[in-house]
Design a protein around this ligand. Structure first.
Ligand code: ADP
Length: 403
């Protein structure tokens, strides 16, 4: 293994994995800290944690453990991945984790660049933009857990860290001025070539941290890029789609699929053992080549009505539990291709299937690769899509990529 990455949430880690796989390097993703030693068998290994909003001390402890695990497996350098909208509070966790990782690797500085030009996130003069809007004027200002009310990342990072914070702006970079000598450096980037230049110009004594896009040029720099990538494993053909996301795009994707394919709706208020049994009967009666969609996806009004009746958490939990049980049952019936819509829903399904680590395969759309678990002889393929990712034909796109 050349590169070890630590990501602060699961879908962000999948996004990073998909982008790094574009290089042709082999990429392995672990959900949670593995309970076995790292064998360093892939070029790049990623540990996905759920530490974005954990208390600082816990996030630092978890990430430090992941770092030691990756370094023991042979990682030559580390990458700290967080959200492209720099989701954090004045307490952390982006800065404190970076400082902990620096003390583990012995690196003396850390570079921060959340820019993701392909997805409209850019940093200019230290200010983070979401499309044309400043971060503090975007919907992120109202985030329930990490409201981002200041777009200036130098100001956002300073209270999180002990060391000094400086800016390496785009004009200085283009002018070949070297990296500032502050301990922490916010770096501008508005287009992909800026990220390439940052990776080229940043010395090894600097810890790299950022969104998924800054990592994209790293395989090239490490000599890991290959035009002849390892082929994806071949899972058995039987497939199913689960959709628990209620985002606008998922609603479109469900409508698109339903128009010409079999589908089955789960209603949270009617979800009991009998309802699951009926759904299983429906799955059993599908034709050998038919792919069914099981969905709880609904309009915002219908979701609000279920939540009012059952409670927000209970409605979500009922649906996730149902999807988890159905996924296990589908697996015992021979299904090996799972397309799942929804971040939490994906978490529930992967947990139910006992998936702890995956190899990364072909990219279905930016941010969503096929991932594989199981053995060579019995592979399980998963497409895990959060919220608004993908185009309206995502389900079909995902399945046809495997054929
Ligand atoms: P996304 O990635 O779009 O946020 P998630 O799966 O993370 O999707 O979250 C959607 C949440 O909504 C899940 O907890 C899911 O169980 C819940 N849910 C799904 N369908 C309904 C529904 N009809 N009514 C209420 N909650 C629902």
């Amino acid at each position: 293994m050349k590169l070890g990455c630590i990501a602060d949430d699961f879908t962000g880690a999948t996004d990073l994995a998909g982008l790094l796989r574009r290089s042709g390097a082999s990429v392995k993703l672990h959900f949670g800290l593995p309970d076995h030693p790292c064998d360093g068998s892939a070029d790049i290994e990623i540990v996905a944690l759920k530490c974005r909003t954990e208390p600082v001390a816990k996030a630092v402890a978890d990430c430090s453990q992941a770092a030691h695990w990756l370094l023991a497996g042979g990682a030559e350098s580390l990458y700290w991945k967080y959200c492209s909208t720099f989701d954090s509070t004045a307490q952390g966790n982006i800065g404190p984790v970076a400082e902990a990782l620096m003390s583990i690797t012995g690196q003396t500085q850390a570079l921060y660049c959340p820019a993701f030009p392909e997805n409209g996130r850019s940093v200019f003069m230290g200010n983070l933009f979401v499309g044309e809007q400043l971060l503090s004027e975007s919907s992120l200002k109202d985030h329930p857990l990490t409201p981002m009310t200041d777009s200036n990342l130098v100001r956002v990072l300073q209270p999180q860290v002990n060391g000094s914070v400086g800016l390496w702006n785009r004009i200085q970079q283009a002018d070949n001025q070297s990296i500032p000598d502050t301990t922490h450096i916010i770096a501008d980037a508005v287009e992909f070539n800026d990220l390439v230049r940052l990776i080229e110009k940043t010395p090894e004594s600097v810890l790299l941290t950022g969104g998924s896009a800054l990592a994209l040029p790293i395989p090239d720099k490490l000599g890991l890029s290959s035009t002849d990538p390892v082929a994806d494993p071949q899972p058995a053909k039987r497939a199913i789609i689960f959709s628990g996301s209620c985002s606008q795009m998922t609603n479109r994707q469900v409508s698109e699929w339903k128009a010409s394919n079999p589908s089955y709706q789960l209603k949270p208020s009617e979800l009991n053992a009998e309802a699951l049994e009926q759904c299983l009967n429906w799955i059993d009666n599908l034709g050998a080549n038919e792919v069914g969609l099981v969905y709880a996806t609904d309009t915002p009004e219908a979701v609000k009505a279920s939540q009012a009746k059952l409670g927000v958490a209970a409605a979500g939990e009922l649906v996730e539990q149902a999807m988890a049980t159905l996924a296990q049952q589908a697996y015992t019936r021979g299904v090996r291709r799972f397309v799942v819509a929804g971040g939490e829903t994906s978490g529930a399904v992967t947990q139910a299937l006992g998936v702890r680590e995956v190899l990364i395969g072909k990219e279905i759309c930016p941010g969503v690769p096929w991932v594989y678990s199981g053995s060579d002889k019995d592979t399980v393929a998963l497409a895990l899509k959060s919220g608004n990712f993908g185009s309206p034909t995502f389900f079909k796109d995902a399945l046809s990529l495997l054929d």
